[in-house]
Structure formats: structure tokens, C-alpha cells
Design a protein around this ligand. Structure first.
Ligand code: RFL
Ligand code: PHB
Length: 386
């Protein structure tokens, strides 16, 4: 099989890249190791930056998002028993959209299949080679047979645990990592919203976050031990922990409901440089990870493919290679900005195992500064909206 662009991974990065190329008349093949049902049911991100929303809408996959998503114009920082609103839109002129990642996936999969896009699910043992030659290749197993794609370019959009990044010889990449000594316990709950805007809560027992999915379904997280087992958290213990961490002095209450999904997420910061080797380009989580406190991961993936799609379109239409040559540096500039923001939000809001009362007071002083200085609030807001 031959194709201009072989894309490994049908997450937001791979699917959107394939879609954007298709709109410019460029063919691609997307290889995904999981089934369509699995990728459409995996619960992950919820917050889309305005730039992400605009790109999805402009490229014709934003109709359901506009109908079913929720525009938010602020977030709440909660600490020392009180809430403080960060007025995102007033401070930046922009807003965010709460719309689940798996809904974005459903919209993109449908768009690709409706356009007869080549999207192969359940592909096994993908292996990349000849990456620094003019015709890089991907070999894989599909329905009992071995197949090979010869491409002009390979896009590694296969997430943090994918094969693309490790296919780049280690002497040609530099990796930067930070692992946090905590994770997030995430739940989905059948309950009405307890708040009109997301609440990021700092508490001496650890961080908590109140997010939403719909008027009937809420998404809640709280900081936990990354090695913890979901089984050690019966419902009553989860609710007690959330009530404690989210309590305010003005009697705000959290609505409880049936918990129908739960899981523990590790927290890590990671970047690989450069995001290119020969004719393979890395995009999204394959190249970088942020802790979810800044809600940036999916948005970074979208930004990478926006830049990469433009560079590939330029190349295929005019032969110009400037965009491809600049891809890594252009993407990394924004990646590091988001790495810093995500690290900062994480550091300010979580309890660290080696915390001293001194450190705790410093966190409160910084939070107080953020909610009382317009300049500092703008700093947070403009990074948050993207
Ligand atoms: P993905 O989504 O991991 O997709 C990669 C795809 O590649 C497939 N794959 C392979 N396919 C073929 N062969 C192989 N060898 C393969 N290996 C893997 C996988 O099956 C998968 O389908 O990467 P992508 O496209 O780069 O997208 C990145 C985002 O998914 C990620 O950054 C976000 O989910 C992060 N994130 C958030 N980002 C936001 O912008 N806003 C948020 O509010 C937000 N909240 C979150 C988050 C991530 C979370 N978790 C679970 C880590 C909340 C959570 C809880
Ligand atoms: C979510 O709704 O899943 C969500 C919201 C905000 C974050 C992370 C995740 O910072």
C-alpha cells in the first residue's frame, strides 16, 4: 500500500491530522491498535481552548460540539474555605468549551468514515522503519495478515506509550521528564451540577477538581497516591474525601449521585526534542505529556497537528520544505509554555509528600496573589484559555 502520509494512532492528533489533510485533497492512512468502540468510550479530557473549538468548527466537525458543549467564561479557585472566580472572558476576551474528548473522537471518526477515509482499527505490532529515507514504511498485522505501507511521511500520533517515539534512535532524541508523587482519582457521577463553573480546590488533604459533562453527569477528581487501588475507595470514602476538600465556610454543598466510572491517573511532565527525525513527525502525547491540572494535553495535540498539517499541505502543493523544517521548533515553543503552566498549576494546587507548613503557606500566598492581582489573574487566564 502506498500513501502520502501514514498516521499511527487514531487519537485526537491522528484523526484531526487525517481530516485536515483530506480537506486539502491529501490522502492518508490511519492505523489504530484499539477498536472503534474502545476509542469512542475512553474517558479523558473535558476542556477545549477557544483555538481548538474554532479549528474544529472551521474544519466542519464542530456542529455537535456547538450544540452539546458548554461555553464557560470563568473558573473558580477554592482555598482556605473560600471561592474566588477567575473571570477568563473578562480578562482575556476568550472562553473555553466543556465537551468530552471521546465526543470529539466520535465526531472525527464519523467525518473520516463518511469521507471514505482509510482508518484501520485493531491493527497489531505496528513497526516503523526507513524513517530517514525518502520512503518511510510502517509494517503491521491486520486480520491475520502482515501488511506494509510505504509513505512519504509518517506522523507518530500514537500517544505516550506508542511505538513512534521509541522508533527514533535514542542518540537523535533528548527527553525531559518529571514524575509527580501523586495521581488523580477520577469519577463520573450521575448528579446535577453543583457549580456553574469548574472548581480547582487547594486543601491540606490534597487537590480536588469539580468538572462537568452534562446537566445529568458530573466529572470529579481528587489527588491520591498514584499506587492506590480503586478498590480501596468505596463510594462513602470518596464522598467523604471530596466533601472535606471542597468544603467552604459559606455552606456550599456537593451533590452526590451514582458513581458509574472510576480510575486512577498518573501525573507526569514529559517532552521529547526534536519532534522530528527524518520523515517521521511526532504530534500530541507521543511527543509530550502534561499533568492535567492545566487542561492542556488535548489542546497541545490539536495545535501540533494544525502546524503539521499546514507544513505538509505546503510541501505537497508547492514543494516548499520550510514549514516541515520549522515544525519541531514551532510546536515546541508552545509545548514548553504549556509545560510551564501545567507544572505551575500543579505545584500551586497539590499537596506534596515532603510539604512543610512553610510550603503550604507559600501556596496560599501565591493563590491569594492570583485572586487579588489583576495582572496575576490575567497570567493564569491567558494560559488557561490558550
Ligand atoms: P492519544 O489520545 O493517547 O491517542 C493515541 C492513539 O494511538 C493509539 N496507539 C496505537 N495505534 C497503533 N499502533 C500502536 N502501537 C499504538 N499505540 C497507541 C492509541 O490506542 C490511541 O488511540 O494521544 P493524542 O491523539 O496525542 O491526544 C492526546 C490527548 O488524548 C491527551 O493529551 C488528553 O487526554 C490530556 N487531557 C486533557 N487535555 C486537555 O486538553 N484538556 C483536558 O481537560 C484534559 N483532561 C487529560 C484530561 C488526560 C487525562 N488522562 C486520562 C490522562 C484528563 C485526564 C483524566
Ligand atoms: C475534565 O473535565 O476532565 C477536566 C477538566 C479540567 C482539567 C482536567 C480535566 O484541568
Amino acid at each position: 500500500m502506498k500513501t502520502p502520509v501514514a498516521i499511527v494512532g487514531a487519537g485526537p492528533a491522528g484523526l484531526l491530522l487525517s481530516h485536515l489533510l483530506h480537506l486539502e485533497g491529501i490522502d492518508s492512512v490511519v492505523l489504530e491498535s484499539r477498536t472503534r468502540e474502545e476509542i469512542e468510550a475512553t474517558i479523558r479530557a473535558g476542556v477545549l481552548e477557544q483555538g481548538t473549538v474554532d479549528l474544529l468548527a472551521q474544519s466542519g466537525v464542530g456542529e455537535r460540539m456547538k450544540r452539546e458543549g458548554f461555553v464557560h467564561e470563568g473558573i473558580v479557585l477554592r482555598f482556605a474555605g473560600a471561592s474566588h472566580r477567575i473571570a477568563l472572558t473578562e480578562l482575556t476576551g476568550r472562553s473555553i468549551m466543556v465537551y468530552a474528548q471521546h465526543e470529539v473522537i466520535k465526531d472525527l471518526v464519523k467525518a473520516r468514515l463518511d469521507a471514505n477515509g482509510k482508518l484501520f482499527f485493531g491493527v497489531k505490532d505496528a513497526a516503523l522503519y526507513d524513517l530517514d529515507s525518502p520512503s518511510p514504511k510502517v509494517r503491521f498485522h491486520r486480520e491475520e495478515s502482515v501488511e506494509e505501507i510505504e509513505a512519504q511521511f509518517v506522523a507518530g500520533c500514537d500517544g505516550f506509550h506508542g511505538v513512534s517515539r521509541p522508533s527514533i534512535p535514542s542518540r537523535h532524541r533528548q527527553e525531559f521528564t518529571r514524575t509527580y508523587p501523586f495521581g488523580w482519582f477520577g469519577i463520573l457521577v450521575e448528579a446535577p451540577p453543583s457549580t456553574a463553573e469548574l472548581i480547582y480546590a487547594h486543601h491540606e488533604r490534597g487537590f480536588a477538581l469539580v468538572s462537568t459533562r452534562s446537566p445529568q453527569i458530573q466529572r470529579l477528581y481528587f489527588q491520591c497516591d498514584p499506587e492506590d487501588d480503586v478498590k480501596s475507595w468505596p463510594d462513602a470514602r470518596i464522598w467523604e474525601e471530596l466533601h472535606t476538600r471542597l468544603a467552604t465556610r459559606d455552606g456550599w454543598t456537593l451533590a452526590e449521585g451514582r458513581i458509574f466510572q472510576r480510575g486512577i491517573i498518573a501525573m507526569r511532565s514529559f517532552v521529547v526534542e526534536p519532534m522530528r527525525f527524518g520523515r517521521v513527525f511526532l504530534a500530541g502525547d507521543a511527543a509530550h505529556i502534561v499533568p492535567p491540572t492545566g487542561a492542556k494535553g488535548l489542546n497541545l495535540a490539536v495545535n501540533d497537528v494544525r502546524v503539521l498539517a499546514r507544513a505538509l499541505v505546503d510541501y505537497f502543493k508547492t514543494g516548499a520544505e520550510e514549514g516541515l523544517k520549522a515544525y519541531s521548533a514551532t510546536a515546541l515553543r508552545r509545548v514548553w509554555r504549556a509545560e510551564h503552566f501545567s507544572w505551575w498549576m500543579t505545584s500551586m494546587l497539590h499537596r506534596f509528600h515532603d510539604d512543610t507548613p512553610f510550603h503550604h503557606r507559600l501556596q496560599l500566598a501565591e493563590l491569594d496573589y492570583v485572586v487579588s492581582s489583576r495582572a496575576k489573574a490575567i497570567t493564569l487566564a491567558e494560559s488557561y484559555v490558550g
